[in-house]
Design a protein around this ligand. Structure first.
Ligand code: UP5
Ligand code: MG
Length: 195
């Protein structure tokens, strides 16, 4: 089966802990979006009994590096296909975060209509992640992994956002240093043509 070309895809990008998942959860309460977090799909695959990818996913997540694109793209593509009868609009959270992923996904799955880029300082993201680490149970919510995730974001993922902005002209940047509700108001404004 293939992806229906009539669906709309929005990439939701930004550094670790900036609030991508939080804002996507608010959007799905108010609008009919399917929220697909690449990180959540990878964690689910990692924990699946008998998955041949468990080890490789676990290692990359712990090291804050990017899982090979073919694994993540296949998981996303399958999830879109499973949901495209019910949903017309998809929030793809935390993907693409490496150039090869961006190019292959847009060529072989579907081009995105819009990219929301959540931006705030590293200090704020760190504070949010350390707070979340008290309860999240995530294997990468520790200082060592968090530093590596920041490093990968700056070196590998920021160039993808620049590419989507300068070459594809589909990026809207949102200041995420504010409260959840203030940010959400800006998100709705940035997405008004799609919601
Ligand atoms: N919070 C949120 N907004 C707030 C606000 N305005 N004010 C105060 N607090 C706020 O939020 C983080 C915390 O902050 C929460 O406690 C929240 O309540 C609070 P959240 O919404 O969870 O932030 P989010 O941006 O979703 O952070 P997350 O940790 O999920 O981002 P990452 O990008 O680091 O994680 P992800 O799950 O996307 O990826 C994990 C790993 O998977 C990657 O490091 C990588 O190894 C792998 N991966 C790939 O290899 N390929 C991919 O394509 C995707 C992931
Ligand atoms: Mg998240």
């Amino acid at each position: 089966m293939s992806v229906n070309k009539d669906i709309s895809v929005v990439f939701v990008l930004g550094g670790p802990g900036v609030g991508k998942g939080t804002q996507c959860s608010k959007l799905v309460k108010d609008f009919k979006f399917k929220h697909l977090s690449a990180g959540d799909l990878l964690r689910e695959e990692q924990n699946k009994e008998g998955s041949q990818y468990s080890q490789i996913i676990r290692q990359h997540i712990k090291d804050g590096t990017i899982v090979p694109q073919e694994i993540t793209i296949q998981l996303l593509k399958n999830a879109i296909i499973r949901n495209q009868e019910e949903y017309q609009k998809f929030l793809i959270d935390g993907f693409p975060r490496k150039m090869d992923q961006a190019v292959i996904f847009e060529e072989e799955v579907i081009p995105a209509k819009l990219t929301i880029f959540f931006d705030c300082s590293k200090d704020i993201m760190l504070e949010r992640l350390l707070e979340r680490s008290k309860t999240s149970g995530r294997e990468d919510d520790n200082l060592e992994s968090i530093e590596k995730r920041f490093d990968t974001f700056v070196k590998t993922s920021v160039p993808v956002i620049e590419y989507l902005d300068k070459s594809r002209h589909i990026v809207k940047k949102i200041d995420c240093s504010k409260t959840v509700d203030e940010i959400y108001a800006d998100v709705k404004e940035a997405m008004k043509d799609i919601i």
